[in-house]
Design a protein around this ligand. Sequence first.
Ligand SMILES: [Zn+2]
Length: 170
Amino acid sequence: MSDGRGPDWERSSTARVLPPARPRKLAKVPFVELADGRLQGVVSSGSDIGRVYVSSVEAGSHTFACSTNNNRPCGGARGMFCNHILAMVNEAVLQYGGERVARYLKVEPDEPTGQAIARDMMSTRPSQGDSAAAATVFSQFLRHLAYLELPPTTAPLPEMQWFPPTRAVV
Ligand SMILES: [Zn+2]
């Protein structure tokens, strides 16, 4: 088993190092949905890995809210969209497509990018709402995480049929 360079298992174990996981978008905006008349989601803190923000923008009025999962107000969301809301809009465009997001939020941007959609919404000087919805959004996120932890399978999950992908999207 040994040829002077250490046991075979030791050399092979160092050779078979798994490549590092690619950095995932999930890390920045792990959850976003168009539901309950809002674009809403969960956004990681840029500085504190243990903290997340729950952000939302209401369709039509563009009333916005951002707070931590412990219901502390976001310091960046004073009178205008904070970076969390901007990140959430960008992620929604990636996941749902810009035109669908714009239609849902009832804006008509020059181009269907996250930046243009956010700019359009901010140009109407939307007001800041309370964070009443944050608890609901956060519990949806936790439920979403629970599904991510299920072992991979191709069999249908009966519970998931309660959540068709088109839910609440006009
Ligand atoms: Zn924020």
